[in-house]
Every structure is written in C-alpha cells, then in structure tokens.
Write a protein that binds this ligand. Structure first.
Ligand SMILES: [Mg+2]
Length: 309
C-alpha cells in the first residue's frame, strides 16, 4: 500500500533516503503554462541538499533547448540541458547510438519541431515534420499529390510522435514510408501516451496517432523511446553511474501510473505519484501492491511545505 507523504517526518525520511529525484514535468511541475505551488522552492531545496534533479518528459513536441526556455519562463532557474531527458532526445539518441543509422540517410518525421531539433543536433537530415508544404490550408486532398508518388529514396527511418498539425497527406506519406522496401525502414515511436492533457481537457496523444499509422501499415513500432520504455532509463543511468549501481537511491515522481510509475518501478527505482495530474487518491488506494506507487502526495510542493513545518 502506498504511503501518503503528509507529514514533516515522512518528508525528512524521503529526503534522507534518495539522492536522485526524477521528475515528470506536465502534471507535476506545471499544468500547461501554469506553474504548480511551491515547485520552485522544492527544486531549490533539493539542489541545496545536493540532490540530483532529472526532468523526464514524454512530450516530443519540444527539444531539451525548448524545455530550458520553459523552465526559465516559469521562474525555475539553474536547470541545465544535461538534466533534461525528453522523448524527442531519447528517440534521436536511439537512432544514433542503437540503430547507428548512417548520417547519409534522411529521417521521415510525423511530429513537431522538438524531434527535428534533436536529430539536427546529432547531424541528421530530416523531411516531413514542420515542412510547410505538408500543410495546404484550404486545398482539397488529392491522391495525385506529387509527394505521394515521389518518395525520397534517401529516407532510412520513420519516427512518429505528437503533432498538432495532423492531416491526411502527412498520415498517408508516413504510411508510404512504413510500407516502403517491404516494410523494412525502422519505425520509431517517441512515446505511446494515448491522451495529451491540456488546459483541463484530454486531447489526442502521440499513441493515438501512432496507432493510426500502425494500423494502416500493419506494423508495430520497432522501438518506443519515451516512458515507460527502459531505453530512456538506460540513457539516464548511463549518465549517472551511482544510480545505475544503486537504483533504490532514485525516486521517480510523476502523475501517471501507466507511464511514470511503471517507468520508475521497471527501472528499480521507488516511485511517488502526485495528484495534480490525472490520477485520484481513490484510484491509488484501490491498487494492489504490485502496481501501487511507493508514495503519493497531493502535490510535489508538499516536499518543501512539510520540510519547513
Ligand atoms: Mg505528466
């Protein structure tokens, strides 16, 4: 059964027991553009205690550089690029380090700028993505579209993530590349969250877009790079040897059971669910021990607020 972090004693124990604090961002630190209470103070507290803070996000629309801008804009200072792990970065690293895709090849993107930026930073050329030619406002779709009959021979990999500018042409082009060369091009999914919580609403998530092209092409992704997949955890551990050696000194904090909590648990870390996102206390208390987080709290700012009580 999960322990609720609702007293000064429990918070002091947590601060003693862990050296690494892995944070999901949306639903934990902020909701959209709204910073949650006592977040700045909590991160300052952890840093003052020499704790390692690592920010782990499945939102592939942003690059690590974009995240640094977002942290700064919300008043969370002193975060560096090597503390941020996004699914766009994890996917780019996967293509480079695991697939070892030649830099001569291009990568077809169904997704936003975050993926483009991380791939460009590693020296890859991309097509699709935010290309304006793929958004033809007011133009009726035609199966004769020149791009559909002129696939780029240099494309050697397909990556699909969340995109806010989805249309039939982009989906169809993605399908063509997935079918190309007897379905042999690697198919990378940034993350498989079915929904994207935004401004109090649940919108379409990357997983739902991936399902569409997956169903159409009859293919499953060869790799999923976001939480709860462990490729992201492995790249975090590769950067932090003592977490690798002793994962129990790490605490994964998030607002989702099926991604954040599973990600931490599968990586051998303890877990803390916060109730500022999509889960409720009632649901947490119904979980069996195998699925229950180690701890839960009303909000992440409670770490700071109870510490100072
Ligand atoms: Mg979240």
């Amino acid at each position: 059964m999960s322990v609720k972090l609702d007293s000064s004693d429990k918070i002091h124990q947590v601060l003693d027991d862990y050296d690494y604090f892995l944070f999901d961002c949306d639903g934990v630190l902020w909701l959209g553009d709204h910073l949650l209470p006592s977040v700045v103070e909590t991160i300052q507290l952890l840093k003052s205690l020499n704790k390692q803070c690592i920010f782990v996000t499945n939102n592939s629309t942003k690059s690590r550089q974009d995240y640094l801008k977002k942290f700064a804009k919300l008043g969370i200072d002193g975060i560096s690029k090597d503390e941020v792990f996004g699914s766009s970065y994890a996917s780019a690293i996967y293509i480079d380090k695991i697939l070892k895709l030649s830099k001569e090849k291009k990568i077809w993107i169904l997704g936003e700028e975050g993926i483009e930026q991380e791939l460009h930073e590693l020296g890859y050329k991309t097509i699709g993505g935010t290309d304006k030619k793929l958004i033809e406002d007011g133009v009726k779709f035609s199966p004769d579209h020149e791009l559909l009959s002129n696939l780029d021979e240099k494309v050697g990999c397909v990556i699909v993530g969340l995109t806010f500018n989805l249309n039939y042409l982009k989906l169809s082009l993605t399908m063509q590349y997935l079918l190309k060369d007897n379905k042999s091009l690697p198919f990378i999914a940034t993350n498989i969250d079915s929904t994207f919580p935004s401004k109090g609403k649940l919108l379409i998530g990357a997983g739902s877009i991936i399902e569409t092209v997956s169903f159409a092409s009859g293919r499953q992704p060869d790799a999923v790079c976001g939480k709860p997949n462990q490729s992201m955890m492995n790249s975090i551990k590769a950067d932090h040897e003592s977490l690798q050696l002793n994962p129990k000194r790490g605490l994964m904090i998030g607002d989702r059971l099926n991604t954040d909590m599973k990600f931490g648990r599968d990586g051998g870390l303890d877990t803390l669910l916060v109730l500022t996102g999509i889960e409720t206390e009632e649901n947490v208390l119904k979980l069996n021990d195998g699925n229950a987080p180690t701890y839960y709290a009303n909000k992440i700012g409670d770490l700071f607020e109870y510490h100072n009580k």
